[in-house]
Design a protein around this ligand. Structure first.
Ligand SMILES: [Zn+2]
Ligand SMILES: [Zn+2]
Length: 70
């Protein structure tokens, strides 16, 4: 696989969309694994910091409602 930006050899893939990235073009972005309601009904997130991110796709900061799956 080659980097989506420069066609050089890729070191990994974007955690969000799967595009391939080399080291110099990979960005980092916290990745939310899961959200849950903690004590006192405060929503909490389990987050992995510094995952690979391509800089092109647009991960949403909030979970998206998907009523059509209901
Ligand atoms: Zn690159
Ligand atoms: Zn991406």
């Amino acid at each position: 696989m080659n980097c989506i930006h420069c066609e050089g050899p890729a070191n990994g893939v974007c955690r969000f969309c799967g595009r391939a990235l080399c080291k110099s073009h990979a960005r980092s972005m916290p990745y939310i694994i899961t959200l849950y309601i903690g004590e006192k009904r405060v929503p909490k997130a389990i987050v992995v910091a510094d995952t690979f991110y391509c800089g092109l796709c647009k991960p949403q900061p909030e979970p998206i409602e998907m009523p059509e799956l209901d």
